[in-house]
Design a protein around this ligand. Structure first.
Ligand SMILES: NC(=O)C1=CN([C@@H]2O[C@H](COP(=O)(O)OP(=O)(O)OC[C@H]3O[C@@H](n4cnc5c(N)ncnc54)[C@H](OP(=O)(O)O)[C@@H]3O)[C@@H](O)[C@H]2O)C=CC1
Ligand SMILES: O=C(CO)COP(=O)(O)O
Length: 341
């Protein structure tokens, strides 16, 4: 007789992915390495139809093959949420409230919520997991975040990658990490949900700073100092806003995430910053990109939170002044030089 545990292993895990951008596409590809069934919600009907017909996303990571035996695409969100165990959010944070506006607590009941988002909810200035918990009355132990140094473009190329899954209930993080482990990806679980999430948000702001200084002609020597000072700013912020005794900021879920975004050619935030450094206005830099730089929204929230705690964070301040205060990038970075060591 087949044992219940063995039978359970053979039943595919039902997962919903919300969002049709690069990271959603990469996550669908990773998950398809394992025994899963995916309901994938995408906002544009034309993209849904295209994937159904050609098994490729027409707009992002267009080379990735979408396995039709494992993935079903949906345009109606409530259909994509029926009967799933995990709901993965992969929509830029700024659009979460409007995109989820028709959902209710019952859509999330008994499900694990995984945020793959590295951004803040604007105006409310809160983390996505915090917003979800309040909006849909979710138990935080059912939530986790995906962090770590990982660009969608490298997943498309099956380059060896690592992810950190964080949840206050480590078993929740571990069970989701198990679904990601595959040929080219290793995931591990930790308990520091808000710490990892804040770090993932702040590193996008630092990448904007790196891009600005690159655009202005600063070199590797300067960037190394900028990034090491940035890590100290992250520590000052976390120690004040969300202190924890067992947090290793040098591990890949924190420092690694900062490094990949600060140095990679694939970084959206660095590309955005580079354009600002080269003299583009904020609006024109955004229009040039067909992707979203989360740091643009996040810097306002993080700046306001840091001021409410009387924190002195010169790199964050400089990016805020350039992006929202219309400060001249050259003058602002000239001022910042004096604060670094
Ligand atoms: N890309 C990566 O390597 C990684 C990304 N992340 C995070 O994943 C999240 C999603 O980013 P990513 O997939 O990169 O996004 P992309 O920049 O690849 O794509 C932008 C996404 O935002 C959607 N969008 C744009 N405008 C709106 C709007 N007004 N309302 C609703 N949706 C909108 C787009 O939909 P449409 O095409 O219909 O316009 C598209 O799905 C972000 O929080 C990011 O930080 C995390 C780790 C890695
Ligand atoms: O968070 C991300 C990768 O870790 C995506 O942001 P970037 O594209 O700016 O790196």
């Amino acid at each position: 007789m087949v044992k219940f545990e063995e039978l359970k292993k053979k039943i595919p895990t039902q997962i919903t992915v919300l969002g049709g951008g690069s990271w959603a596409t990469a996550l669908v590809k990773i998950l398809c390495e394992n025994n899963v069934k995916i309901k994938w919600w995408i906002r544009r009907k034309s993209d849904v139809d295209f994937i159904r017909k050609y098994n490729h996303n027409p707009s992002y990571l267009t080379d990735v093959v979408i396995n039709p035996r494992k993935v079903k695409t949906y345009h109606k969100m409530s259909d994509a949420l029926n009967g799933t165990e995990y709901i993965i959010l992969a929509i830029p944070a700024a659009f979460i409230p409007s995109t989820l506006k028709d959902l209710h607590a019952k859509h999330f009941e008994g499900k694990k919520i995984v945020s793959a988002i590295k951004g803040m909810i604007p105006d409310e200035n809160i983390l996505v997991t915090d917003w979800m918990e309040k909006a849909f009355n979710l138990p935080l132990g059912n939530s986790c975040v995906i962090a770590g140094p990982c660009h969608a473009e490298e997943i498309a190329l099956e380059k060896q990658s690592y992810l950190t899954i964080a949840s206050p209930k480590v078993e929740t993080a571990q069970s989701f990490a198990n679904l990601l482990n595959s040929r080219f990806l290793q995931a591990h679980a930790i308990g520091d949900l808000y710490g990892v999430e804040y770090c993932a948000v702040i590193k996008n702001i630092i990448a904007i700073a790196c891009g600005i200084t690159r655009g202005l002609g600063f070199g590797d020597n300067f960037q190394a100092v900028l990034v090491s000072n940035a890590m100290q700013e992250i520590k000052v912020f976390l120690d004040k806003v969300y202190p924890a005794t067992e947090r290793d900021l040098n591990s890949s879920g924190y420092l690694g995430d900062l490094l990949v975004t600060a140095y990679s050619q694939f970084s959206r935030n660095r590309t955005f910053g580079n354009m600002l450094g080269k003299g583009y206005s904020v609006k024109s830099a955004q229009m040039e990109m067909n992707m979203i730089a989360e740091g643009y929204y996040a810097v306002k929230s993080i700046y306001l939170i840091s001021k409410s705690h009387d924190l002195n964070l010169p790199i964050i301040d400089a990016v805020y002044n350039i992006v929202y205060g219309k400060a001249n990038p050259k003058e602002e970075m000239g001022r910042l030089k004096g604060h670094l060591k």
